[in-house]
Ligand binder design. Structure first.
Ligand SMILES: [Zn+2]
Length: 191
């Protein structure tokens, strides 16, 4: 493992995959390493969990230029932990992520009846997916969602002022839904 002092990324080779710096050194226990970037609320929750586990965690706000230009609070946190706790911190994230998935799926299934989409989205998706006129698109999507294999939080929605994106995947299908309004915003299928 190699450590980039410039951007705090851990790399598998001596060249930083993020900034391109060469001749990276091996990490030492005290090096703060980039762990993940997440939504402010999840980031805060994670920091509290790390505090409880005695893992030092540095948090730096990060966000897109659009939010910055409007002087809105930055949307994301970048989290850093010392190299000695890097693996443990990753394990914790993995665990939370998995718990979060099953809770989200439950919430989604409880709100299955509220799913809807705009006429524009339906038209676009029907065309893209080459669905026949006879197919009831909403019922079709509901069936997909009900048998979802993976459900994960895809971050705060920039599309609606409240709510979050939920990414649902089943087979080669990916469906993006906004919580709260339960609007389906996109449906994709990989060949
Ligand atoms: Zn770098």
């Amino acid at each position: 493992m190699f450590y980039c002092e410039n951007c705090k990324y851990l790399n598998n080779t001596s060249v930083c995959g993020f900034c391109g710096r060469t001749g990276l050194r091996s990490p030492v226990a005290e090096d703060f390493c980039y762990l993940t970037e997440m939504d402010v609320s999840l980031g805060k929750m994670l920091k509290e969990i790390f505090d409880a586990e005695n893992i030092l965690c540095a948090v730096i706000p990060s966000g897109d230029g659009f939010r910055s230009s409007l002087a809105l609070p930055l949307g994301n946190y970048k989290l850093f932990v010392p190299y000695r706790d890097y693996e443990k911190a990753n394990e914790i994230i993995k665990e939370i992520f998995e718990n979060n998935c099953s809770a989200l799926k439950k919430e989604l299934l409880e709100n299955l009846g509220k799913l809807h989409f705009s006429g524009k989205t339906e038209k676009k998706c029907r065309k893209k997916l080459k669905l026949s006129k006879e197919t009831n698109f909403l019922e079709f999507i509901k069936e997909k969602v009900a048998s979802a294999e993976k459900v994960f939080d895809a971050g705060a929605s920039s599309y609606s002022s409240f709510g979050r994106y939920i990414n649902v995947s089943v087979g080669s299908w990916t469906i993006l839904i906004i919580t709260g309004t339960w609007e389906i915003v996109s449906v994709n299928k990989t060949e």
